[in-house]
Write a protein that binds this ligand. Structure first.
Ligand code: 5AD
Ligand code: SF4
Length: 599
């Protein structure tokens, strides 16, 4: 395989270049005896020395090899000696993305697209038109990877079908699964041309060029500092009134079940200034809701050099009470709540959300910032994973059931209207029936508004894989999952129905998926609210004299129905986020300041 050949060549070149540099030293030391030597020999030596000085050095070998091997990082280098910059251009070649997994992957796709757009590639939404197909992958559970293998199988058929009109079709597997499996992806599926890990996206144009020669290319080098801070992601859906901004990457938590620290690498934060620039840019384009993203979003910490506020350095690290970490406390720098405040201040009419946080990083300072800004949504994700302290310890979550419940109490004290959501895993190694019952009782006690529920999936490389046995049968895991779902449904529906009669602020996002005669938006608590897109009479609304509601409008909605998934309501009047929150503060929400839209 090309990969192993490249590695051998690399070793040869490396030996050669080390040899060259040693020889160079000898030549230099010889110059002390120069006077005693014949002039002809002297001149040959000088010419030879010059040649050596100007010739290729270790860096050059690194650069050129890096295109085909997985363990050399050349992301910061712009030039490759034997690739002309012009030949890196895509010349309008069409790229198709298929995105799997979490929101982080959507954002990564936007980064990749931004890079490729700069190199004159075009995007296509039609897989049959594509010259390059990228699968942006997830590795968190086995089922996520199975989907990718199935897709690759179906792409083989596509490649065959298109072999005449698209003989150079390239298929790339990028992101977490690429990082986890590395060259195994190439070994297992011959149709894959490129394998690129989450920190190597800058290399994609070079890898694409190299793959033109028929070579398989791979770069899965992880980085300590790559945040793509200088790359302004290009949104895949430019019309959307909502957007995501990645503020940090990686994770240092090392939960024993989780592959993320291996696929996404060490935790690192993007500098505040580059985040604020991106927020301003999105706001200027009419975006009304921004979600700050990261594997551990509230562990954010900007330690960059130009962050010169020395008073911050003396601040103690403030974890939530009763929480511990496996890593050394990070000192100084700007923290998540500093960033949150700066982002919220950019435009009070733009909603701010964030995901996915870790419960350990909710100090009171953070909760108070959330409380004091009407445009920071009062919905928090507190992934619990289990309700049993012994399981939590095996998972290395850094808290007990009691500490988690104390945090919930504290959050609800400071943010009384907060909606809490969570993640739970059932059937983790050694989970007994009694231990699982604690998860059910935690769900019952906290009464979350929404949750992501998973059956445990053992991942190679993780601590759990090394230390524990995946000893809960699939059948039991499945049964427990059903029990969790039933418990959630019951409480969520109850919670949602309790909202009937309220007037809530909804940001309209577009048509409902089920019917073009309905609109859908989300309330502050991140719940979908469906309203009829009535042929509305004009309002004497001061903000917008358009007859119909449109995406990006804030509207006061009277909630009149609910189930476990959605709320339904009647639009009352178009408003502003600031006005709505002021009227809430003054108890005026029920006073309809303007004509109801549908009167
Ligand atoms: N098996 C099942 N679920 C997992 N998660 C992470 N790793 C695993 C795994 N090995 C879940 C956790 C996490 C969410 C993103 O995915 O609940 O919060
Ligand atoms: Fe995985 Fe734990 Fe990090 Fe979340 S906090 S990404 S579950 S290791």
């Amino acid at each position: 395989m090309a990969l192993s050949i490249s590695r051998c060549n690399f070793k040869k070149k490396l030996t050669r270049s080390i040899y060259c540099s040693l020889f160079q030293k000898n030549v230099q030391s010889d110059t002390s005896t120069q006077n005693k030597q014949e002039p002809a020999v002297d001149s040959i030596k000088t010419t030879f020395r010059k040649k050596l000085m100007n010739g290729p050095n270790l860096r050059n070998f690194f650069k050129s090899e890096s295109l085909a091997v997985d363990w050399i990082d050349v992301r910061k280098e712009n030039e490759v000696p034997y690739i002309e910059p012009k030949s890196l251009l895509g010349n309008g070649r069409k790229v198709y993305f298929e995105v799997y997994g979490c929101q982080m992957n959507v954002n990564d796709t936007e980064v990749i697209w931004s890079i490729l757009e700069n190199y004159d590639y075009e995007q296509t939404k039609e897989i049959n038109d594509a010259d390059v197909i990228f699968l942006v992958t997830c590795a968190i559970r086995e089922s996520a990877e199975e989907k990718i293998w199935n897709k690759l199988k179906s792409l083989k058929g596509l490649r065959k079908k298109r072999s005449k009109d698209k003989p150079h079709l390239k298929i790339g597997v990028v992101g977490c699964m690429a990082e986890r499996l590395k060259e195994k992806v190439l070994e297992q599926d011959q149709s894959v041309d490129l394998v690129v890990g989450p920190d190597a996206y800058r290399d994609i144009p070079k890898l694409l060029v190299l793959s033109e020669t028929g070579q398989k290319c791979i770069n899965v080098m992880l980085s300590y500092d790559e945040t793509y801070a200088d790359i302004m992601p290009v949104r895949l859906n430019q019309d959307s009134v909502t957007a995501y901004i990645s503020i940090m990457r990686g994770c240092d938590n090392m939960c024993t079940y989780c592959i993320v620290p291996w696929t996404r690498g060490k935790e690192r934060s993007r500098p505040v200034s580059s985040i604020l620039k991106e927020v301003e840019n999105l706001v200027s384009k009419g975006v009304k809701e921004i979600t700050l993203l990261g594997q551990n979003v509230n562990s954010y910490r900007d330690l960059s050099e130009n962050n010169s506020d020395t008073s911050l350095v003396s601040q103690p690290t403030s974890l939530s009470k009763g929480f511990t970490t496996v890593y050394k406390p990070k000192l100084g720098g700007l923290r998540f709540y500093h960033l949150l405040e700066k982002v919220a201040n950019i435009d009070p009419e733009v909603r701010i959300r964030f995901t996915s946080p870790h419960p350990k990083d909710f100090p009171d300072e953070c909760l108070h910032v959330i409380q004091s800004y009407p445009n920071i949504c009062k919905s928090l994700h507190l992934p619990a994973q289990s309700g049993n302290s012994a399981v939590l310890e095996r998972m290395r979550r850094g808290y007990t059931r009691e500490a988690y419940l104390e945090l919930v109490e504290n959050v609800r004290k400071i943010l009384p209207s907060v909606a809490l959501t969570s993640d739970f895993i059932c059937g983790f190694c050694g989970e007994t029936e009694e231990e699982f019952k604690d998860t059910l009782s935690l769900i019952e006690e906290v009464k979350f508004s929404m949750a992501y529920l998973f059956m445990y999936s053992m991942r190679e490389k993780t601590t759990a894989h090394r230390r524990f046995k995946d000893d809960v049968s699939h059948h039991i895991k499945h049964k427990r999952l059903e029990q969790m779902i039933a418990m959630f449904r019951y409480h969520v529906e109850k919670r949602n129905r309790a909202q009937i009669g309220q007037i809530q602020l909804v940001l309209i996002e577009g048509f409902s998926k089920r019917s073009k005669s309905n609109l859908v938006g989300r309330n502050d608590q991140n719940l979908n609210v469906v309203i009829p897109g009535l042929d509305l009479v004009p309002t004497k609304c001061e903000y917008n004299d358009c007859r119909l509601l449109k995406p990006g409008d804030y509207v006061a909605v009277h909630i009149n129905d609910a189930n476990s998934q959605i709320l339904k309501g009647i639009p009352l009047y178009r408003t502003k986020l600031t006005d709505f929150s002021n009227s809430q503060v003054h108890g005026e929400v029920l006073r309809l300041r303007e004509l109801p839209l549908n009167s």
